[in-house]
Design a protein around this ligand. Sequence first.
Ligand code: ATP
Ligand code: MG
Length: 112
Amino acid sequence: MKKVEAIIKPFKLDEVKEALQEIGIQGLSVTEVKGFGRQKGHTELYRGAEYVVDFLPKVKIEVVLADDMVDAAVDAIVGAAKTDKIGDGKIFVSPVEQAIRIRTGESGDDAI
Ligand SMILES: Nc1ncnc2c1ncn2[C@@H]1O[C@H](COP(=O)(O)OP(=O)(O)OP(=O)(O)O)[C@@H](O)[C@H]1O
Ligand SMILES: [Mg+2]
């Protein structure tokens, strides 16, 4: 199993969620985060306003999935989140050792 973490522009959340559902993702988590990329200290457009702040509001999506779903998930996220402007975000992929569905006790691929 892998965890795909995507930090995206907040207004892209619905589109990304739908794109992930279309490829069969069953669950995900969303967190409001703040951060910066390589334009640190430079302006970035957010909802029509120019920000000159250190930390910009972003949304982090976390989805744990089977190894063979990673490429499709990354493609779905990129396709839905891309605006071709700075600050479109990043995707990180990392290994996950175990997953357990609390209600049933199922584990591994059966639990995600
Ligand atoms: N190396 C990193 N580690 C953790 N979070 C990061 C990292 N890089 C970017 N982020 C998060 O992703 C958000 C969006 O990053 P951003 O898209 O601006 O990256 P970038 O490298 O500056 O690319 P671009 O030139 O397209 O803007 C940041 O606000 C931050 O929350
Ligand atoms: Mg940037």
